[in-house]
Design a protein around this ligand. Structure first.
Ligand code: MTE
Ligand code: MO
Length: 308
């Protein structure tokens, strides 16, 4: 219950504090729309096409308008020590899902959020209070937060060592891969959204996002990446939020190998699976942002295939 809620902030601070929910409601708040993508999204697809539907290959993501207090505000209230370079945040569940966050990010755009889309958070999303870490992997978005500790070093918790690290071809794992790279997927047509009309006008649509900023352009290929057409963005891309794209075509009723390729404001271009494997090898699970292919047959049904 929110009446029983307590959030502690301690460690390298002038005065350790305990906030009630009512206390949090009295700090100036901000509203922002952000996506939250699990780093394991698309993780099953490293070795080859596996799951037949965008919900299964790309569904571990949400996009909401969060309302919350900047973490910076609470750190300042407690008088954080500037020698504290890390903030460790833990939840009230058995796992605690503790994660170490660099102080620079904590002071930048992280929110201690208590509303989504104007309502109280649903319990699955962390009611009453969760962390919002824009653009960074979903695992860092601690739900049911109970404690924030300012530290001089990272904790190296389970969630940032044995999990959410990427084992490279030589067996060495990269870690601190927090930012989610640009990614996109065609949602229709797709295995779960077949074409139910014949040839002629067809709306190809999908979603694109980047943890590094706004989406600036999305290209769509109907021939497995040989040729590309630039899609229309539903509205200008917003920083670290989902952007819908459309390509309105005249379908000749022939098979298509549908792909989408996102670009963000840093100039980053979503890679092919081959490009990603060249850098990361085959041992990875997390952070698979490669270009997805749907094989659309003349009868309108679509299947997950690999073109790389
Ligand atoms: N306390 C706590 N927070 C957590 C988790 C958890 O198990 N416990 N799971 C994390 C993971 S792995 C992800 S991807 C996101 C998912 O957030 P959502 O369910 O609101 O989409 O929450 C994160 N926050
Ligand atoms: Mo996750």
């Amino acid at each position: 219950r929110k009446e029983d809620y307590r959030l502690m902030i301690n460690g390298m601070v002038e005065k350790p504090l305990v906030f009630t929910y009512a206390d949090l409601e009295r700090f100036p708040r901000e509203n922002h729309v952000y996506f939250c993508e699990c780093a394991a999204n698309t993780g099953m697809e490293w070795a080859g096409a596996q799951l037949n539907g965008a919900q299964f290959t790309h569904g571990m993501i949400h996009n909401m308008e969060y309302t919350g207090v900047p973490l910076r505000t609470l750190l300042e209230e407690a008088g954080y020590d500037t020698a504290g370079k890390w903030v460790y945040v833990e939840g009230a569940d058995a796992s605690s899902n503790g994660r170490s966050i660099p102080m620079e990010k904590a002071l930048d755009d992280v929110l201690v959020a208590f509303k989504a889309n104007g309502e109280a958070l649903r319990k699955e999303h962390g009611y009453p209070v969760r962390l919002v870490v824009p653009g960074w992997e979903g695992n860092m978005w601690i739900k049911w937060i109970r404690r924030i500790e300012v530290m001089d070093a990272p904790v190296e918790s389970r969630e940032e060592t044995s999990k959410y690290t990427d084992t490279l071809a030589d067996g060495i794992s990269r870690k601190w891969t927090w930012e989610m790279d640009a990614k996109s997927v065609v949602t229709s047509p797709s295995p779960q959204a077949p074409i139910t009309h014949g040839k002629g006008p067809l709306v190809i649509t999908g979603l694109a996002w980047s943890g590094r900023g706004a989406i600036t352009r999305v290209d769509v290929s109907r021939d497995g990446g040989k040729t590309w057409e630039t899609a229309r963005l539903a509205k200008p891309g917003e920083k670290r939020a989902l952007t819908r794209f459309y390509l309105d075509v005249d379908w000749d009723g022939e098979e298509m190998f549908l792909q989408s390729r996102a670009m963000d404001e840093t100039g980053y271009v979503q890679p092919t699976k081959t490009q990603l494997r060249e850098v990361r090898g085959l041992n990875s699970i997390y952070h698979n942002n490669c270009i997805q292919t749907w094989w659309v047959r003349p009868n309108g049904e679509a299947e997950n295939v690999e073109v790389s």
